[in-house]
Write a protein that binds this ligand. Structure first.
Ligand code: COA
Length: 260
């Protein structure tokens, strides 16, 4: 499907989604969220896609937040619906995708932009990246999962500080905090993400999907992560990928996974 605000590029099993509104610093308006929802659904269903990279267009911003111009006049009910729709269509969708998603944070990741990066499974930032949740400076709070995912990634105290001050942190500090996995010069950002994706591509798609479900379960209120791990572990034994992986090991060859 053709998108207006999104570029889609495939290279081997790696699909790169580039949010493409650089003149608005890739701010997430309703149309972009709908296109991302559609693109994620397509990627999920396509067995040829094994890993996703999500990034922003241009040298300046990953995503500078939800589109403030679009929601500035919203009522209480519209604000609540905006948040709920966003969670469902984009942020939970990314987090629960059945294949790994790497955020290539190429500049400002603010508000909904940082929330989007935090929904991804892995984050790599360029040296010029700046991250923050500035919502309280606008009279709102993070509404796309930021109050929960930031505290999970960096701890409650640092999350509170970032939300209360509405300030930005630099890439190196984000690395120290554990908010991003790697920091590289901007020119090497996509190459680093491709390198990570290439390492992931060697592994079983069914096992990767199970790992995503098991790790996520530990952060779902009411879910028992250990129990989920036991279930997912057991289910792996019924897959062709498991047979192929263990057979290849014993035959001293590289496994070739079908994703079944
Ligand atoms: N929503 C809507 N438009 C946005 C936006 C957002 N979150 N972030 C940036 N833009 C737009 C600007 O309005 C401007 O558009 P215009 O040229 O039509 O006026 C364009 O993107 C470029 O941004 P600008 O502010 O001129 O760039 P800058 O380099 O001076 O500042 C930022 C960069 C990121 C510091 C600044 O854009 C900013 O503070 N953005 C809002 C961040 C935010 O609060 N996000 C949380 C939203 S909940």
């Amino acid at each position: 499907m053709a998108h207006q605000n999104l570029l889609v590029a495939d290279d081997g099993g790696i699909r790169t989604l580039t949010i493409n509104r650089p003149d608005q610093l890739n701010a997430l308006n309703r149309a972009t969220i709908a296109e991302l929802d559609q693109a994620l659904t397509e990627a999920e269903a396509d067995p040829a896609v094994r890993v996703l990279i999500l990034t922003g267009s241009g040298p300046k911003a990953f995503v500078a937040g939800a589109d403030i111009k679009e929601f500035a006049h919203f009522s209480v009910a519209e604000g609540k619906a905006l948040s709920a729709d966003g969670h469902r269509k984009l942020f939970d969708h990314v987090e629960q995708l059945n294949k790994p998603v790497i955020a290539a944070v190429n500049g400002f990741a603010l508000g909904g932009g940082l929330e989007l990066a935090m929904s991804c499974h892995i984050r790599v930032a360029s040296g010029n990246a700046r991250m923050g949740l500035p919502e309280t400076s606008l009279g709102v709070i993070p509404g796309y999962g930021g109050t929960q995912r930031l505290a999970r990634l960096v701890g409650k105290g640092k999350a509170m500080e970032m939300i209360f001050t509405a300030g930005m942190i630099k890439a190196d500090e984000a690395l120290q905090w554990g908010l991003v996995n790697h920091v590289v010069p901007q020119a090497e950002l996509i190459a680093k993400c491709n390198e990570l994706a290439a390492a992931i591509l060697k592994n079983s798609p069914t096992a990767l999907a199970a790992a995503i479900r098991a790790v996520n379960a530990g952060f779902e209120p009411g879910a028992d992560g250990m129990r989920r791990e036991i279930e997912e572990f057991g289910k792996c034994f019924g897959t062709s990928d498991f047979k192929e992986g263990t057979t290849a090991f014993m035959e001293k060859r590289k496994a070739s996974f079908s994703g079944q």
